[in-house]
Design a protein around this ligand. Structure first.
Ligand SMILES: Nc1ncnc2c1ncn2[C@@H]1O[C@H](COP(=O)(O)OP(=O)(O)O)[C@@H](O)[C@H]1O
Ligand SMILES: Nc1ncnc2c1ncn2[C@H]1C[C@H](O)[C@@H](COP(=O)(O)O)O1
Length: 222
C-alpha cells in the first residue's frame, strides 16, 4: 500500500510548504512529492529576471520583484487547481505579502505608494472567496544558526553577499507571522525532528501527521 492511501490523504490535496529562506522547503517538497506521488510546484529561482538585481539594490527592484512573484505564484495556484490538486508547493503565496513585501515596506526599501499598489493587487487576486486555499500549510521551523548554516551550504551568490541581519530579521518575522496565520490549517515541523536527506524513511511519520491534520480540518469543516 502506498503512503498516501495508508494515511488516508486525499489524492486531490494541495499542500504548501512555508518557512524562511534556506530552512529546507525545496528538499521537503521533493521528499513529499516522491512519497505521495504528487506533482510539484517550485519557485523558479534561476529564471527569475529580478532576483539578482533585487539583492544588489532593494530600493530599485523590490516592487518589480514582488509583482513578478505574485504573478508567478498566482499562475501556479491556478495550474494546481486546474489539474484537480495532488500537489506539493514550495512556498505559499501568503509569504510574499505577509513576510517579504511587508518587510521591505517597513524597512523603507519599498515606497508606501508601491506597497499600497502591491497590496491592492494582492487583495484583489487572493483575498476573495474565489481563491482556492491549500488544504494544509506545513511550516518548517529551525534555529537561526541552523538556517544560516544551510544558506551558506547552498551557496547562492546573491544570498551570501546579503548581510546576516537581513536573515535574522526575516526569521523573527516568520515566527510572528505564523502565530497569526489562519488562511488554512497549519502543521508545524521543527527541522531537528526529521532528517529526510540521510534517512528517507523519516518522511513516513511526517506523512502520518499530514493525514491526521487534513482529516481533522475536514471534520471541522463539516
Ligand atoms: N533535512 C535536511 N537536513 C540537512 N540539510 C538539509 C535538509 N533540508 C535541506 N537541507 C539543506 O539546506 C539547504 C537549503 O535547503 P532548501 O531545501 O534549498 O531550502 P529552501 O527551499 O527552504 O530555501 C540545502 O543545501 C539543503 O541540502
Ligand atoms: N516575495 C519575495 N520577495 C523577495 N524575495 C523572495 C520572495 N520570494 C522568494 N524570495 C527569494 C528568497 C530566496 O533568495 C529565493 C528563493 O527562496 P527560497 O526560500 O530559497 O525557496 O527567492
Amino acid at each position: 500500500m502506498n503512503l498516501r492511501a495508508k494515511y488516508d490523504i486525499p489524492a486531490n490535496s494541495v499542500i504548501t510548504i512555508a518557512g524562511t529562506v534556506g530552512v529546507g522547503k525545496s528538499t521537503m517538497t521533493n521528499a513529499l512529492s516522491k512519497a505521495l506521488n504528487f506533482r510539484t510546484s517550485f519557485e523558479k529561482v534561476d529564471a527569475n529576471p529580478y532576483l539578482d538585481k533585487f539583492y544588489s539594490d532593494f530600493d530599485r527592484w523590490s516592487f518589480h520583484l514582488q509583482v513578478y512573484f505574485l504573478a508567478e505564484r498566482f499562475k501556479e495556484q491556478k495550474r494546481m487547481f486546474e489539474y484537480g490538486g495532488g500537489f506539493i508547493q514550495d512556498r505559499s503565496i501568503y509569504e510574499d505579502t505577509g513576510i517579504f513585501a511587508r518587510m521591505h515596506y517597513e524597512k523603507g526599501t519599498m515606497s508606501p505608494v508601491d506597497y499600497e499598489t502591491y497590496r491592492s493587487l494582492f487583495d484583489a487576486m487572493v483575498m476573495t472567496p474565489y481563491f482556492p486555499h491549500p488544504d494544509l500549510l506545513i511550516y518548517l521551523d529551525g534555529s537561526i544558526g541552523d538556517i544560516l548554516d544551510r544558506i551558506r551550504l547552498r551557496g547562492r551568490a546573491m544570498e551570501q553577499q546579503t548581510p546576516i541581519a537581513y536573515w535574522e530579521e526575516m526569521h523573527e518575522r516568520y515566527e510572528n507571522w505564523i502565530d497569526t496565520f489562519n488562511a488554512c490549517p497549519v502543521l508545524r515541523l521543527n527541522i531537528n525532528d526529521y532528517d529526510i536527506i540521510s534517512d528517507e524513511s523519516s518522511v513516513e511519520p511526517i506523512i502520518e501527521r499530514i493525514g491526521y491534520f487534513i482529516r481533522q480540518a475536514h471534520l471541522l469543516k463539516k
